[in-house]
Design a protein around this ligand. Structure first.
Ligand code: TZP
Ligand code: MG
Length: 211
């Protein structure tokens, strides 16, 4: 079992959206604003560059007690000694990932809708990313938006912790929480914000108030 983790405000990074401010500065601001978990996501990056970025992020986050999750890449997570991995439906299967990660790292899985949940192998999965909740410009192949009702439908099927993702901003966060999500995951609402710390704070407050 991994150590307990907090899905309240889950920052997912995007290389284009953090380019101007920088990856570390953006993540640092988000954490100051209240982000509770960070995922390094850069689907185009080569393994070597990702490991370097993961090590730098870990050095920033570990002293703060914020877990670092790596998108897709089990090898990168192990190499950089990250806290976990987030898998899509086409990545390594959860059982294979768990075997490579060992028992203590966090394993997340993306689920696009209730049917996809039902068809998923959930062995070794610690939490679900559910969405896109609403339209997102960040991930081209994110699939159809399921709304808060879609989050509620997955919530009804599982006891796993759930984080809503896709097009979420502070005004939408309460609805996602009321649908049964344990937290919200965002890319652009923080990475593209003029003030990522203030954006994170607003999201955190919206989630906390909705509980
Ligand atoms: N997975 C499902 S939607 C999405 C990912 C990575 C992108 C979410 O980005 P944004 O900017 O918060 O809509
Ligand atoms: Mg993926």
């Amino acid at each position: 079992m991994p150590a307990p983790f907090d899905l309240t405000l889950y920052l997912v990074t995007d290389p284009r959206l953090v380019a101007a401010r920088g990856l570390l500065a953006t993540v640092e601001a988000a954490v100051r604003g209240g982000a509770t978990l960070v995922q390094l996501r850069d689907p185009q990056a080569h393994g070597r560059a990702l490991v370097e970025q993961a090590r730098a992020l870990k050095a920033l986050l570990a002293p703060l007690g914020i877990p670092l999750i790596i998108n897709d890449r089990v090898d990168v997570a192990v190499a950089a000694d990250a806290d976990g991995v987030h898998l899509g439906q086409d990545d390594l299967g959860p059982a294979d990932a768990r075997a490579l990660l060992g028992p203590h790292r966090i394993l997340g899985l993306s689920v696009g809708n209730p049917a996809e949940y039902a068809a998923s192998d959930l062995s070794g999965v610690d939490y679900l990313g559910v969405g896109p909740v609403t339209a997102t410009g960040t991930k081209a192949d994110a699939g159809a938006a399921i709304g808060a009702a879609g989050v509620a439908a997955v919530r009804a099927l599982t006891r796993l912790p759930i984080v809503g993702i896709g097009g979420i901003h502070a005004a939408l966060a309460p609805e996602v929480i009321r649908a049964g999500a344990d937290g919200v995951a965002v890319v652009s609402a923080i990475c593209a914000a003029p003030d990522p710390q203030a954006a994170a704070l607003a999201l955190k407050q919206a989630v906390t108030a909705a509980r």
